[in-house]
Design a protein. Sequence first.
Lengths: 337, 337
Amino acid sequence: MRDVAREAGVSVNTVSRALAGKPDVSPKTRAKVLAVARRLGYRPNKLARGLRSNKTFTIGVIVTDIANPFFAELVKGVEEAARQNGYSILLEDTSEDPEKEATAIQVMLAERVDGLLITPVQSARDTLEEVLESEFPTVLMGRYFPDLKIPYVVTDDVRGAILATKHLIDLGHRNIAHVGGPLHISSAQDRLSGYRQTLQAYGIPIREEYVLTGAVTLEDGYEAGKELLKLKPLPTAVFAYSDFVAIGLMQSLLDEGLCIPDDVSLIGYDNIIFSAYTRVPLTTVEISKRDLGREAVKLLLRLLKSGSTSKRQSKKLSVKLVLRQSVSRAKKGRGIQ
Amino acid sequence: MRDVAREAGVSVNTVSRALAGKPDVSPKTRAKVLAVARRLGYRPNKLARGLRSNKTFTIGVIVTDIANPFFAELVKGVEEAARQNGYSILLEDTSEDPEKEATAIQVMLAERVDGLLITPVQSARDTLEEVLESEFPTVLMGRYFPDLKIPYVVTDDVRGAILATKHLIDLGHRNIAHVGGPLHISSAQDRLSGYRQTLQAYGIPIREEYVLTGAVTLEDGYEAGKELLKLKPLPTAVFAYSDFVAIGLMQSLLDEGLCIPDDVSLIGYDNIIFSAYTRVPLTTVEISKRDLGREAVKLLLRLLKSGSTSKRQSKKLSVKLVLRQSVSRAKKGRGIQ
DNA sequence: CTGTTAGCGCCTTCAT
DNA sequence: ATGAAGGCGCTAACAG
């Protein structure tokens, strides 16, 4: 910048203003400065700028597992939206480890990010709470704490579960199992809750043996499949916490010689890209992962602009059912017992 | 820091040294400073530190598509390794767009990252060349420019293709097609080359109609499947550029009523997690995506330490074949014509 | 419209 | 073993 100033025959300050597009610079000077800057390949130093202005135009993104296609898509949405608005992204992966999450947050703060976008681990909230309640601009993605006043963007998990369960009931299923996620995760809770609500609404008794929880990975789904097979009246349909889980589950059932959907109907959640390409294409609840990311950025930027004064306008995105081949009408004679 | 200094009754400078673990601070003072710092929740400002020391302990990661499980895994490896070494990660996604790549690099440089890790777009190299030949510490991942002296970490694509092709030949296949990737990508070139070499080595004539290129997405794979079906002697086996392509291809062939592997054997590349869960579990070439990321970080850090003086020690990681169910012995009577 | 001055938080150098 | 001074590149505030 000093070089540019010397070369253009003006002060450093003038260069700064010309480059920043401030109004109080003569067109001639501005043109000259810009020309020189380009010629010299001037590149602004964001560190200095950040140090001075207390704004880094960087947002910290903390996810639990970037290798999971769900979060990968989410991050893609975040990245797009952030970049469009001139923000860069600092990424950290916690692997669902609360300690890593705590560290990650500290690092981000030291890095002086303008705001934080987090997929909270939720298994241990204390670490998070203190930092997050401290008014630092933060938006939660996909998961939230019902009792904390931290803004979040989620999809309507309760509704998604209702759609799925209702679909199964409408097709005549009565013995519907749910392979849920870890209950400390809000989406797992909400999906379970939607499942329960729907059965109740239809007057179908809830069998607790039909409710498994804690499944996240493909392997968990596979194991859950084995558990289900031990159940006395075998469920005729299963609503899974996620596509990951559903795909593992599918494999497990197929391995045991069952047919999908003839023996067991199966519904997943998330509509990750592969769900259309599984052994039996998966009926699932679609949520727009990119939109989730984009909306989170939008909300965060709004917080930043309003000086985080604005009332927390959390957002719940809508969901819809995607019909494929893993679900069929319940066979006659296999109704309620 | 000033607060800490005041509170501890020492100078800012002493605080700095105490915190940095410099030797010339009395144990007593150091203890006091540390205590106060903790009590006040002091957080070092990386911007200031970076401004002063010209080191940000941040590395820029530029990938072509974070939503692709392959790159997602890669980034996970990078993230882990970087964090272990005290580095943070700035992420940008180019969506295979050379212009975005150019912008991304500029942004990263403005951000003053210590080094760059890039999955180059390769379709337009000029933008990249200038920046990269400028000695800025950079490591390419998964793709490389044979004629540029930019360090890279890749997997042995030629060898992977040889393994795959040889496997098919060993099982009696002679009509082996290759659905390759875009030829401006080095890995696509190398895999095609490995395929060609192997056929030649076995004295099998190469039919150019059997070689398709330009496939990347699931959809591309699906389309390629339709193309293959038009071929006169239908290939009895296909080696695909990636698991993505192979999965699309599989779907396409199954939709047309073909059996895999009975009618057509199929081999993919990458061994993404879903390949074990496709309609027909996919035989594929495994490459460790995490290792790729980790090695890239390792190499970059070495460059940083050596002041980028060290001779560029690019690295080629080994690959291996993973056998699943998408490949079978060629049927008798369907040999060479 | 432009230049001067000052300081963001940290670290290096030099002095004590 | 500690403190004072100066400066990294930039911008905000004020002066001209």
